[in-house]
Design a protein around this ligand. Structure first.
Ligand SMILES: C[S@@+](CC[C@H](N)C(=O)[O-])C[C@H]1O[C@@H](n2cnc3c(N)ncnc32)[C@H](O)[C@@H]1O
Length: 288
């Protein structure tokens, strides 16, 4: 019976140190039976076919080996949008919603008669760009990534979310694809959640992250700040006067990133914004 399978797998996940073992067992069992979690409750006392059981055991085996739950299920919710995720992209984190909130605030305050023109660097699954496109009708975004594979996932997510017409996806390294627009300052807003883990700290991350999520989405160079330095140095060449730069930062990086913005000289005072856990998560500054 399904309920027995659920109890067995919950214990197994717990014994292997997996957090929230009951919830994860339910989600994996529902997935192998092609049911919603609610649908699973209606079948708890039904028999499970051999084929379904084998499928479930395989999912449990993968989870125990460290594959993140979201890669096994194939999706992750972000900003109430169901996004496809797989090992080609970083799994979007809830704290990145602070970046979306701040972007919406900046865009709502900007008085403009034209369509807002926004650049997101390092879009991954497309989570941030897609959320903004869904919230703001009069917006066009350019979303970049150095990983062509990640962009394929992002495009698919934009299509299934109905916002593909509002986002241009561009493959390239930071501002390189926009060299032609250097100094023309086309963007109202530039935002990014760049890789920010110091190279030496990657080995200390949870195995779900270090062994399964793309290293290119994590590695922020020797001190974790390489992308902030590069983005902050170049952003003024591409930002309109009065435009905003918004950067997600890792725990403990806000002060250094604010310092980099202020040292750059082209920005007004930098501000940092905390996430729900009270961690400074986004640093933002307006171009003079
Ligand atoms: C921390 S992930 C953020 C993904 C997504 N924006 C999110 O918040 O879930 C950083 C992203 O930057 C991309 N990236 C890494 N180096 C880059 C570079 N030099 N230029 C553009 N994108 C880069 C990675 O492929 C990855 O998708």
């Amino acid at each position: 019976m399904a309920v027995e399978l659920l109890n067995w797998s919950t214990n197994l996940l717990r014994d292997h140190g997996i957090e929230n073992p009951r919830l994860q067992a339910e989600l994996l069992l529902a997935h192998s039976l092609n049911l919603s979690r609610e649908g699973l409750y209606g079948r708890l006392h039904s028999q499970i076919e051999q084929r379904e059981m084998e499928r479930f055991e395989e999912l449990i085996r993968r989870r125990i080996s460290g594959v993140p739950l979201q890669y096994i299920l194939g999706h992750q919710e972000f900003w109430s949008i169901d996004l496809k995720v797989d090992p080609r992209v970083l799994i979007p984190r809830p704290e990145t919603e602070v970046l979306v909130e701040q972007a919406l605030e900046v865009l709502s305050e900007a008085i403009s008669w034209t369509t807002a023109f926004v650049l997101e660097i390092g879009t991954g699954s497309g989570a941030v760009a897609i959320s903004l496109a869904k919230e703001v009708k009069d917006i066009f975004l350019v979303a970049t990534d150095i990983s062509e594979e990640a962009l394929r996932v992002a495009r698919e997510n934009a299509r299934s979310s109905g916002v593909l017409h509002q986002i241009g996806f561009v493959n390239g390294n930071l501002f390189e694809p926009f060299n032609l627009f250097r100094n023309r300052k086309p963007f109202d807003l530039i935002l990014s959640n760049p890789p920010y883990i110091a190279t030496s700290e990657i080995g200390e991350l949870a195995r779900e992250v270090k062994d399964h999520e793309p290293t290119i989405a994590l590695n922020g160079g020797e001190d974790g700040l390489a992308f902030y330095r590069a983005i902050i140095a170049q952003a003024p060449l591409y930002l309109k006067r009065g435009g905003w730069l918004l950067l997600e930062v890792g725990q403990g990086q806000a002060e250094k990133v604010s310092g980099l913005m202020e040292k750059e000289g082209d920005f007004l005072a930098a501000q940092s914004v905390r996430d729900l856990l009270g961690i400074e998560r986004v640093v933002k500054a307006q171009r003079r």
